[in-house]
Design a protein around this ligand. Structure first.
Ligand SMILES: [Zn+2]
Length: 237
């Protein structure tokens, strides 16, 4: 990815985008958006970062660990540490028996109508939603300079394969021609003008690993596709 200058209102940079507290005189961290653990090493250059208060930054770490490990287990089809593609996640499962037990509990084995075994994964959805919302706030702030401190009207996460053809094309459509142009000076405007890191309107962070789109048509919507598996959406009025 390339670094993009932006010139949106500096007043918005005075608060933590998660808790709304002033970040002047507070310990802050530069936080990667998306969550670093969702990307593959080596990280792409210039992954977007936003400044958040230290409490918020550390406050998300258990949820993020759960999310990253959950995705890995789903893709491996197993919560077995040795089955994980990333050995670091395998080691985390061994080190953390309670995380391992929770992921084992998320895996449900059912049979389809022909008696064939099927694996269904039922995550702790609040944790998944908190990470999605955290990243969406980061994407909105990075691209539009907008701190979205209010609660969103909806947060969702569904596997791409569970969408029918129409749902899928509506979801992807977000990256279509902009009906409403982003504010001048915002990073999203620079992307629209230059095509920087844009792929059919989506910001491509890492091929097949993470892409997102932020668009505003009265309401502000952030969508992401994670590991070509999970489709997420957060909407603010
Ligand atoms: Zn905070």
């Amino acid at each position: 990815m390339d670094e993009i200058e932006h010139f949106t209102d500096d007043r918005h940079k005075a608060w933590c985008i998660h808790c709304g507290s002033p970040i002047i005189d507070r310990h802050t961290n530069r936080d990667h958006v998306p969550t670093k653990g969702l990307l593959e090493r080596p990280l792409p250059p210039h992954v977007p970062q936003v400044e958040v208060c230290k409490e918020c930054n550390t406050g998300f770490s258990l949820d993020e660990e759960y999310f990253v490990t959950f995705l890995s287990c789903v893709q491996a089809g197993s919560a077995d540490p040795s089955a994980q593609r990333n050995p670091k996640i395998g080691r985390a499962l061994i080190r953390n028996p309670s995380l391992s037990a929770r992921l084992e509990a998320a895996k449900q084995i059912t049979a389809d109508e022909y008696g064939r075994q099927q694996i269904l994964w039922l995550p702790e959805i609040e944790r998944i939603h908190r990470v999605i919302l955290k990243n969406a706030r980061g994407h909105a702030f990075y691209e539009y300079g907008e701190p979205m401190l209010d609660d969103p009207v909806s947060v969702s996460a569904v596997p791409l394969i569970s969408m029918n053809h129409e749902q899928r094309s509506n979801f992807e459509e977000a990256g279509g021609p902009f009906t409403c142009w982003p504010e001048v000076g915002s990073r999203m405007m620079t992307r629209v003008m230059t095509g920087q890191d844009l792929d059919d309107g989506w910001v491509n962070v890492q091929d097949d690993i993470y892409r997102y789109v932020v668009f505003q048509q009265g309401i502000l919507t952030v969508r992401s596709v994670i590991h070509n598996y999970l489709a997420t959406e957060v909407i603010w009025e």
